[in-house]
Design a protein around this ligand. Structure first.
Ligand code: 26V
Length: 827
């Protein structure tokens, strides 16, 4: 961080403009003029003809202008300061930026008034902005929260990633089946970004390596690539809280070195003339939606190397320009690898330092391992990245050599002290069990200064499982950094009504210090306060009910318990367990219609990877179950099931403030952390969850009485698997059996009674995710939820206590911990 003298100097130009604060109205007038000028001179229209989208663009451009001075100051600061962060991530799931930026610049009211004066509604035009969906789920959203938090804490940082032309697919539903539709966020332009057409790096691929003998020293390796793709920078300002600091999100777009082969074009081959260009530009065409298919894998590796190489070249160019001496790189930059997607950074930084800057191997290795850090986000074996050696050899021959050498230096001491073969196999970067693969997690681990997990449980499991032997070789390298969320987006902006109550009760300070939330505790038992709290929640539920009606045609009662399960659809996240509970509840309601059932709406939203057939079948099941339950008069609307299509950041912002119950029911040991769990608890939802990921830490904060924990622990899941019990359906309870039978009897799919047989069969032959094993505990816990709901005072108390006690999950806390323990930057 800069010294105060540095900061003062860097900010002096800005301070001059700050001294003459305009009055509120003149500020509104000025802003109105700015919007009109943008509308006329940049959008090229006038108020009489402007569409909502035109107004959005003009407003965004006017807002962006307000961040420019501070951006320039911050940049100056970033370059003069001791150290900055480079956050390398293949995903940034940003969502919309207008409200975020307005809110952080404290310009929301000003913009609202300015637009109102022009007859334009801010809340309407803000929905014109497409979500920047440059990510799949938790990992990408975490990167977006971290960017906002780093800017807010004035941690100098660059986010580095890919400017995908098409983000995550839009999800449509056709007869309850997921359809993937192309996403087109850039078609109408992106008012936030700046194309830096002068900031271009060459990224090489393929070819071969030549060994050049040198008379005066060791042979040098020279990579002769077959192909070069250009990386063009696009910068987006990331405005921190109160506009104090603005960081840069730098996304790379791929461009062919030669846009057109004129000879081919002139000879009439109009398609062939563009072939190289198409191939090069494919790199930044589309985000990978999770689990890759074989055919697409090569492109994914090209994406990973493309952005890693461009980002490192950019960092080295900046460092050389500002500081000269490469040995000092670790004092000026900390690189955080968001999962293994940028793990090639280990080999690429070595290549740049050794081959291109002619440092010795040992010097380069010291710099590399002092600069890089790696965050692991999953231990699921099928999600651990590994690349076939053959593919790596073809695409990145020099990197494969470097990786082999790194691996040799890493294994050689073990071989020398004749460590056992199993140990050597387990810590080797090359997996040779079936075919030969490069293990990217191992590569990142070996090349990193610190390696972190994202919750206490997950970090513990890293030490015990995937990285056990590496942890023993490099003790102390693994640290925990429990995830966090930015409260600016997930509380202040998504839930202005709750925020208003908080500022009224706790003062404006609560906006700056999440720790202040704890002072809400004293109001948890206050009847009058509870009523205000409930009214605010009710309004959010009315709003969600409107959205549900618009998008699904289903009418839901805002007085019912809103039970929310929103996240990617995956077997380990166990949406199936929740649907089965809905079926069992439906069954129970039908058998005892006279009972005093708690009215409940089960709300699902989430996307399945396009090639994940079972996840897509689960979506179909949710929709089939919903159709039957919602139209059955026998249960008198006391249970409703809805599947809201196209879950994204913006939809999350509408659902979260309206949730009463938060479903965090992953098989214990499988969800690294979760962050939706934090967002929902912060907004007053009670969690029903397993002892998994950050749920454990949420329980520690909110207290046992204010969370519903059920099911097996991670340890018990392990033991259950070991004993083979997951293959035994003998333990099924009658209630679970009945729910399964209803499904396999075609109750919900009369048009195709066998539709869900594969799901039922999987549960009975290999219940990997413990759906059957945890069902009874889940059912019983849901009935405890019903019981508490029937006591509005007790429920509201627990809800208020959730909001007040989860301040610790602010991403500001997480970033402070990274800064202190990993990056060595003082905040
Ligand atoms: C998992 C799997 C599981 C098996 C098949 C394919 C597949 C593909 C991707 C993933 C997850 C990738 C990494 C990820 O997004 N992890 C999430 O990171 C969040 C932020 O740290 C964390 O809160 C989530 O628990 C974790 O799943």
């Amino acid at each position: 961080m800069p010294s105060s003298a540095q900061r003062d100097e860097a900010q002096s130009s800005y301070a001059a403009s700050e001294t003459a604060q305009p009055t509120a109205t003149s500020e509104t007038d000025a802003f109105q003029q700015a919007i009109l000028a943008k509308l006329t001179y940049d959008v090229g229209t006038n108020p009489a003809h402007a569409t909502d989208h035109d107004w959005f663009t003009a407003t965004a451009l006017a807002v962006r202008d307000r961040a420019m001075d501070r951006w320039m100051v911050s940049k100056g600061l970033n370059q003069s300061v001791h150290k900055h962060v480079c956050y390398f991530s293949l995903e940034f799931l940003i969502g919309r930026l207008l409200s975020d930026t307005l809110n952080n610049l404290r310009l929301t009211d000003c913009a609202r008034d300015a637009l109102a004066g022009l007859g334009v509604d801010l809340d309407r035009i803000r929905t014109m902005e497409p979500d920047a969906a440059l990510g799949n789920g938790g990992l990408g959203r975490l990167a977006a929260c971290f960017m906002e938090s780093m800017a807010s804490l004035e941690v100098p940082a660059y986010g580095y990633g890919i400017r995908y032309e098409h983000g995550l697919f839009r999800q449509g539903l056709s007869d309850g089946w997921q359809q993937e539709l192309p996403e087109d966020w850039l078609v109408r332009g992106n008012p936030w970004e700046f194309e830096r057409s002068d900031l271009v790096y060459q990224v090489p691929f393929g070819g071969f390596v030549e060994e050049l003998a040198a008379s005066d020293g060791p042979a040098r390796s020279v990579w002769k690539p077959a192909e070069t793709v250009q990386a063009v920078a696009f910068d987006t300002p990331v405005v921190g809280w109160r506009g104090r600091h603005v960081n840069t999100l730098r996304l790379w777009s791929a461009r062919a070195a030669e846009p057109l082969r004129l000879d081919a074009f002139n000879s009439g081959d109009h398609v062939g003339a563009l072939a190289d260009r198409t191939r090069a530009e494919a790199i930044s065409r589309v985000l990978y939606p999770g689990d890759e298919t074989e055919a697409g894998r090569e492109l994914r590796l090209r994406q990973e190397f493309f952005f890693t190489s461009a980002s490192l070249q950019d960092l080295l160019a900046r460092h050389t320009r500002l500081h000269g001496d490469l040995q000092a790189l670790p004092e000026h930059a900390a690189i955080q690898l968001n999962d293994t997607h940028p793990a090639l950074a280990v080999a690429e930084l070595m290549r740049l330092l050794v081959d291109e800057r002619h440092l010795s191997w040992d010097e380069a290795w010291a710099i590399t391992t002092r600069t890089l850090n790696y965050t692991n986000h999953t231990l699921m074996p099928e999600a651990l990245e590994r690349w076939p050696v053959s593919l790596m050899e073809r695409l990145l021959p020099r990197h494969l050599q470097i990786i082999y050498h790194i691996n040799w230096l890493h294994l050689e001491p073990l071989i020398r002290r004749s460590a056992d073969v199993e140990l050597i196999k387990s810590v080797s970067v090359i997996d040779e069990d079936q075919g030969r693969y490069v293990r990217m997690g191992h590569l990142a681990f070996i090349g990193a200064h610190k390696v972190n997990g994202v919750s206490a449980l997950h970090t513990g499991l890293m030490r015990q499982t995937v990285f056990r032997d590496l942890n023993a070789l490099y003790p102390g390298r693994i640290v925990n950094k429990t995830n966090g969320i930015t409260f600016r987006r997930w509380l202040h902006q998504a839930n202005p009504q709750l925020t208003q109550i908080l500022t009224q009760e706790l003062g404006e300070a609560v906006l700056d210090d999440p720790g202040a939330l704890i002072r809400l505790e004293r109001l948890a038992d206050d009847g009058a306060f509870q009523e205000r709290f409930r009214n605010q929640r009710h309004a959010a539920k009315v709003n969600l009910a409107r959205i549900v009606a618009e998008r699904t045609g289903v009418q839901i009662d805002p007085n019912a318990l809103f039970d929310v399960h929103i996240k990617r659809i995956h077997e380990y996240k166990r949406q199936l367990l929740n649907i089965l509970e809905a079926v069992a509840l439906y069954d129970a309601m039908r058998s005892e219609p006279e009972r005093n059932w708690v009215p409940r709406v089960k709300i699902f939203a989430g996307k399945a990877a396009a090639s994940y057939h079972r996840a897509k079948l689960i979506i179909k099941l949710a929709n089939d179950v919903a159709r039957v339950i919602n139209s059955d008069p026998a249960i008198a609307g006391r249970l409703k099931v809805v599947f809201l299509p196209n879950y994204n950041v913006s939809l999350a912002e509408a659902i979260i403030p309206a949730a009463d119950l938060s479903e965090q029911i992953s098989t214990a040991g499988m969800e690294a952390s979760g962050t939706g769990n934090m967002k929902l608890a912060l907004n007053g939802a009670l969690t029903i969850g397993t002892l998994d990921g950050a749920n454990i830490e949420i329980r520690e904060c909110v207290g046992d009485d204010n969370i519903f924990i059920f099911g097996m622990t991670a340890e018990e899941v392990g033991a259950y698997h070991k004993a083979g019990l997951h293959r035994d359906r003998a333990g099924w309870s009658p209630r679970f059996e009945r729910a399964i039978n209803l499904i396999t009897a075609g109750t919900f799919s009369p048009d195709d009674p066998r539709r869900f047989d594969s799901l039922a069969h999987a549960l009975s032959s290999d219940d990997t995710f413990m759906v059957a094993a945890d069902f009874d505990s889940y059912w019983a816990t849901q009935r405890r939820v019903d019981e508490l709901w029937q006591d509005p005072f007790a429920w509201s108390r627990a809800s208020v206590l959730n909001t007040s006690r989860v301040g610790w999950f602010s991403a500001d806390r997480t970033i402070r911990e990274y800064a202190e323990e990993i990056w060595k930057i003082s905040v």
